[in-house]
Design a protein around this ligand. Structure first.
Ligand SMILES: [Zn+2]
Length: 134
């Protein structure tokens, strides 16, 4: 009976962890959606700025530079959120093909490449290959 409760505790703990992960990922995804809306508005603002500049025949591009800097900032924030979402979900990008895969996988499901967990082995093998070619 004690064993049953230990197993039950493990299952409950795993379920709690899964729910927590889903909750954290959902919050980050909402933040990302808000940033994407902001980015859309900044692009619209950039378009209006360029339009007004053309219409007025102005050569002063300071406003365009300012909006462009804001867009770059928003894009960086979105990229950082993407990395955090992947991190929370335990996902990584395959260095071989760019597929998004589970961090714990030993091989990429997209291209079959061996993944970072065994990076040292890969480097060792590559060194051996280089040596054997000579
Ligand atoms: Zn791959």
């Amino acid at each position: 009976m004690a064993e049953f409760f230990e197993t039950f505790k493990d299952i409950a703990a795993a379920a709690m962890k899964k729910a927590d992960t889903a909750c954290r990922a959902a919050k980050l995804t909402l933040s990302k959606a808000a940033l994407n809306r902001l980015l859309e508005n900044q692009y619209i603002e950039l378009g209006k700025t360029v339009y007004n500049m053309c219409k007025s025949g102005s050569e002063d591009s300071r406003e365009i530079v300012s909006v462009t800097v804001q867009i770059d900032g928003t894009r960086k924030r979105i990229a950082a959120l993407d990395r955090r979402i992947d991190d929370v979900l335990g996902l990584v990008k395959c260095p071989g093909c760019g597929s998004v895969i589970k961090m714990k996988n030993a091989y990429c499901s997209g291209c079959g490449k061996r993944l970072a967990a065994e990076q040292e082995d890969i480097e060792a093998n590559e060194n051996e290959t280089v040596i054997s070619r000579e």
